[in-house]
Write a protein that binds this ligand. Structure first.
Ligand SMILES: Nc1nc2c(c(=O)[nH]1)N[C@@H](CN(C=O)c1ccc(C(=O)N[C@@H](CCC(=O)O)C(=O)O)cc1)CN2
Length: 285
């Protein structure tokens, strides 16, 4: 079997076109979705992701503002900034780019963002709402993954989804979203015994470990749907996923590439959440 490749970049383009039209309509009603992105330090990967967010915002018509702060910014200074943004009516979404420098407690920062502006969907209130099936902002990468599978009419109900990785940003929430789509979910992580046995059972395999080519075609079941969340820069400077694409493609029914797979959808769902927040703030559903 040779898999069909799900290009997140193509889905992202068509969703961004739809969003652009929606934002044009909102702007005619004087509703201008506003996003503030905060970048601390000079990590090149973070800088490139933030650039992608600015570009997407410009395209769909979201008014975006980038606040760049030096690495030695204190936690208190960042908390003061978030407090200011929480109270600013033109700001509908606040995103603090992760990871943060080691002297800043990420969880304290996440919890300082108003849940009404938590377009990353990382606040414990957003997570609690997601877990209990309430309306909220879903974390962007997991939400993008679900949209990619839905775009191919892949039925999730009753499927065994195996997730490799248990981060708060991807692994844990994607499992929760799959559960709410009636999939059966197994989490694997660094302490899992006999991980290969779980991988071999997966109808849907989601890999988010950050290790180049951690999974190859020998591991996966014939016809599995393989979602690669890894973005690893290798020696020659190119990007590669957590899955060995060429060998996995020969076994899977669907597979996502790296680049042009999950990454562009992460940014697209951020646009979705920002527009949703602006609509909500203006009494629209
Ligand atoms: N506050 C947040 N921080 C981080 C998040 C997040 O959702 N919120 N996720 C990741 C990084 N990330 C978004 O911020 C992100 C990662 C990758 C891509 C992407 O488009 N990747 C491209 C390749 C880009 C390249 O050439 O370097 C692709 O896969 O095609 C977008 C966003 C951690 N931090």
């Amino acid at each position: 079997m040779t898999a069909e490749v799900i290009f997140g970049s193509e889905l992202a383009k068509s969703l961004r076109d739809e969003m652009k039209e929606e934002v044009t309509g909102l702007r005619e009603k004087n509703i201008v979705p506003g996003l503030t992105v905060v970048l601390i330090g000079d990590d090149p990967a973070s800088r490139s992701y933030v650039k992608g967010k600015q570009k997407a915002s410009d395209y769909v018509g979201v008014d975006s503002d980038l606040i760049e702060l030096p690495t030695d910014t204190t936690q208190e200074q960042l908390l003061n900034l978030i407090d200011e943004l929480n109270h600013k009516d033109t700001v509908h979404g606040i995103l603090v780019q992760l990871p943060l420098p080691a002297h800043i407690d990420e969880q304290v920062i996440i919890e300082a963002i108003s849940p009404e502006k938590d377009v990353d969907g990382f606040h414990p209130i957003s997570i609690g709402r997601m877990m209990t099936g309430k309306d909220t902002f879903f974390p962007c990468t997991p939400y993008g993954i679900i949209q990619m599978m839905k775009s191919k009419d892949i039925s999730l109900e009753g499927k065994h989804a195996v997730i490799i990785g248990r981060s708060n940003i991807v692994g844990k929430p994607v499992g929760q979203l799959l559960l709410s789509e009636n999939a059966t979910v197994t989490y694997c992580h660094s302490r899992t015994k006999d991980m290969e046995a779980y991988i071999a059972q997966a109808d849907i395999l989601i890999v988010a470990v950050g290790k180049a080519h951690f999974i190859n075609g020998d591991h996966i079941k014939d016809g599995a749907i393989v979602i690669d969340v890894g973005v690893n820069r290798v020696e020659d400077g190119s990007l590669t996923g957590d899955v060995d694409f060429d060998s996995a493609k020969e076994k899977a029914s669907y597979i996502t590439p790296v680049p042009k797979g999950v990454g562009p959808m992460t940014i697209t769902m951020l646009m979705h959440n920002t527009i949703k927040s602006a609509k909500k703030a203006n009494g629209l559903s």
